[in-house]
Design a protein around this ligand. Structure first.
Ligand SMILES: Cc1cc2nc3c(=O)[nH]c(=O)nc-3n(C[C@H](O)[C@H](O)[C@H](O)COP(=O)(O)OP(=O)(O)OC[C@H]3O[C@@H](n4cnc5c(N)ncnc54)[C@H](O)[C@@H]3O)c2cc1C
Length: 373
């Protein structure tokens, strides 16, 4: 086996998004010697371009609520365990209904979320307007969660980098992993700038996890969505809360500097391997119309930038976290929807498992979807 740079790491984490960074950090703090290998810059893909919403309101899978509640505590205390400057805020959030059918969905969803542990309450339009005076007349009902908040995704890479360096993680950016070999002494991780040798590997590649599983001859059915986001120029305050709508087509917030972030899963064009990503103008217009319908004062907003991000999607909308089937000492971690919110906690759980501890909460067994080719 090649000796790489003369060091055998306890673990090599491949992919420096929020999931890879959190896993690497907790492994290092647990006493392991860790290399983090990232093709570009830390948190410059989904983890750095997302809407930054930390919502206890938006789950396709209710089983994720308890994980999100623990993750929320981590975001709240991030200045203690990660470092400051993430602009965390918990201003509360509303999920809106615009017609009778949506109102029924809001009610049903609120009951389910509450039963799962999220402090969500249904509020009538008068209460909703007291919470969010800027709401438009089309709102017929809403649910409110006081914990909903946000952090600034564009800052997370810098903050993680400082924490990782302080924990002596060997952070290698601009280092694409091209192949992996598993031998008796561990793994030879081939990168564009040489070989890294490690006893364990963690695949944390977001939408590229399927390509990474290929290195082991495994099939990981990870697909993707190209999501569009837009931001307005700075405005006087037009809204206070984090807004969504019940069918998940709206993600709206005004942040401290006065800009308004507009998203909600509207689709752009592109793919993870060939680039050519393009904004779809009809998506953009639809998204902005919905934002203005929700907060009419946004009619004055001028959009200054639109961008795209790739979000990983799993067949059953559940994370995959744990050992790779049939490969000793190899692990995978991916989350998909709400991955920014829950990511730091999922990384901590996987690190606990790799460190030989009992994870505080159950992992999400990859073998249900990752199979031999
Ligand atoms: C537009 C958008 C808005 C979103 N909004 C929200 C939100 O408001 N709230 C929320 O909770 N979630 C949101 N999400 C989801 C969330 O951003 C993702 O679930 C999460 O960031 C995924 O993190 P990750 O670490 O798994 O992946 P990524 O951040 O994509 O990281 C994977 C990393 O692996 C690297 N990599 C890939 N291949 C290689 C290789 N061969 N060698 C080395 N490195 C490699 C990539 O360069 C990348 O940096 C949103 C996603 C998008 C796209």
């Amino acid at each position: 086996m090649a000796q790489g740079f003369g060091v055998t790491y306890d673990a090599a984490v491949i992919g420096g998004g929020v999931l890879g960074c959190a896993t690497a950090l907790h492994l290092a703090r647990g006493g392991m010697r860790v290399a983090l290998l990232e093709r570009g810059g830390l948190c410059t893909q989904a983890s750095g371009v997302n809407a930054g919403t930390l919502s206890m309101h938006h789950f396709r899978r209710l089983e994720l609520v308890p994980y999100a509640l623990r993750a929320w505590e981590m975001w709240k205390t991030a200045s203690e365990w990660l470092g400051g400057g993430l602009e965390f805020g918990a201003q509360g959030g509303l999920v809106l209904a615009f017609n009778a059918r949506e109102a029924e969905l809001v009610k049903d969803k609120a009951v389910e979320l509450k039963a799962a542990g999220s402090p969500v309450e249904v509020v009538d339009t008068a209460q909703a307007r007291r919470i969010e005076p800027g709401l438009g007349p089309g709102v017929v009902l809403a649910s409110h969660c006081p914990m909903d908040g946000h952090a600034n995704a564009s800052l997370i890479g810098r903050v993680f980098r400082a924490a990782l360096m302080a924990a002596s993680v060997d952070v290698r950016q601009g280092r694409e992993v091209t192949a992996l070999e598993h031998g008796s002494g561990g793994f030879e991780v081939r990168t564009t700038e040489g070989v890294v040798v490690a006893r364990r590997v963690v695949l944390a590649g977001g939408v590229w996890l399927g390509r990474m599983a290929d290195w082991f001859g495994l099939h990981a059915p990870v697909s993707y969505r190209v999501q569009q986001m837009a931001v307005s120029e700075r405005m006087a305050p037009v809204m206070r809360t984090i807004l969504g709508n019940v069918n998940g087509r709206l993600s709206l917030k005004q942040v401290d500097n006065g800009t308004v972030l507009i998203g909600g899963g509207w689709i752009g064009k592109g793919d993870p391997d060939h680039g050519g990503n393009e904004v779809i103008s009809t998506s953009l217009v639809g998204n902005i119309r919905l934002a203005r319908y929700s907060i009419p004062a946004l009619a004055r907003a001028r959009v200054v930038r639109v961008w795209l991000g790739l979000r990983d999607v799993y067949p059953d909308d559940r994370p995959i976290i744990g050992p790779l089937p049939g490969i000793d000492d190899a692990y995978i971690i991916g989350c998909g929807i709400s991955g920014f919110t829950i990511g730091p906690y999922l990384g901590k759980l996987l690190a606990q498992r790799i460190l030989g501890q009992e994870p505080e909460m159950a992992l999400f067994d990859p073998t249900r979807v990752v199979t031999a080719r």
